[in-house]
Design a protein around this ligand. Sequence first.
Ligand code: FPP
Length: 466
Amino acid sequence: MSNAAAPATEGPDRTGGPLHVAIIMDGNGRWAAARGLPRAEGHRRGVEALRRVVRAAHELGVLYLTIFSFSSENWSRPATEIGDLFGLLRRFIRNDLASLHRDGVRVRVIGEREGLEGDICVLLNEAEELTKANTKLNLVVAFNYGSRQEIANAARRLAREVAEGKRDPASIDADAIGQYLDAPDIPDPDLIIRTSGEQRLSNFLMWQAAYSELVFVPIHWPEGAPFRRSGRENRIVTEGEAAPAAAAEPGSRNLLLRVVVALVLAPLAIAIAYAGGWLWAGLVTLGAIGLYVEWLTIVGAAGEMRVVASGVVALGLAGLCLATGRIDAALVVFVAGLVVVALITPARRIWTATGFFYAAAAEIASVLVRLDSVKGFAALILVLLVVWVTDIGGYFAGRGIGGPKLWPRVSPKKTWAGAIGGFVASLIVAAGFYAPSRRALLEARTRATIGIGRNALGRLAIRRSV
Ligand code: FPP
């Protein structure tokens, strides 16, 4: 990075906003500690915040986004934490590279490669190589980076050229040093943001920051995007300087949008539910697929294409059976889908299978209610009742007993006690719900048997008398 002019790019209209934003993503550890979570969880949430910020930068027309993801000083952290940070980088490149590339993001890496594990270097090279022709947003990852080391490297190279007689010492000026920094073609940052309240640069882009605006925002990095465009002023504001009125803008816009969407979609959905048939089965199937994919995203399995595809295909097939009135076939697909999803999930199979179970059960119950009003209504009520009672049972058991957390990444407050309490409560209610209907079924069967018997005796009596 130097004061060099930006290369020609074709991005969104920036309307005078900053060309280059650099961020010190600080506060992952404090964010996690405040919630009783491990530091690794803070870093993992930090990667999620990074995804949001890359999207926001793109939408805001920022052309260069530099992130401080691992500093030369981070080597002094415990080995397990270093392992976590490296693991996150590996996963980030493996999971997100394709979508970054699709969105036209060019990945650049600054910092020392020497001393890094071989596979990390391969991944970093791969990311740079694959995206090198992209022009929409440059994501500059400062990895194993330290500004003093970068300047020292530039000085060493210049000194070597002087020693070899290739350069006149008088030619060494600020521009010459700038040309020997890690990314001389990238313009200096217009804005450097540091989250979590600390007001220093910590060896980040010290040369390049000569004329940068420095903004220190009080939020911890995992809490979200530290900058956004102000609708009224059409410029980028950071959270620290956001005026209360401006801060309310996106929320109220979202609310209005949601109300309009609900007003348009709700009557449409009601009309389709009323019409029933293929349309209703199709809508319900789409909803079930959305539910399943959302669940996979929450449990971190949305990247497992085989799990996504097999569940979506099974839900689609079940929808097809339901549309043609084949409830039995839909149930067979339901069970088969459940088994396949559980078997092909590499890890956390119980969670992906639960997601499929929820989506498929809701799908079948919602269509059944149109095909057989009594059974369908009973199935819907059962699903609603079980969900309701699970939540209530879970809440009281969790509050009363507490204990270790179940899965902080997905639901920070849920405990094992709450989960077990909710499950037991739902079992009791389901059994209670099932028992009377079973009794009614037995009664109906007995009455039918007696009726058939009476009928047969009646016929015999008639025959005798003829
Ligand atoms: C500072 O938080 C943050 C870091 C040391 C690294 C930030 C890394 C990520 C967000 C994820 C890795 C990045 C990529 C590109 C995958 P801290 O631990 O110093 O927080 P604290 O000051 O509150 O302890």
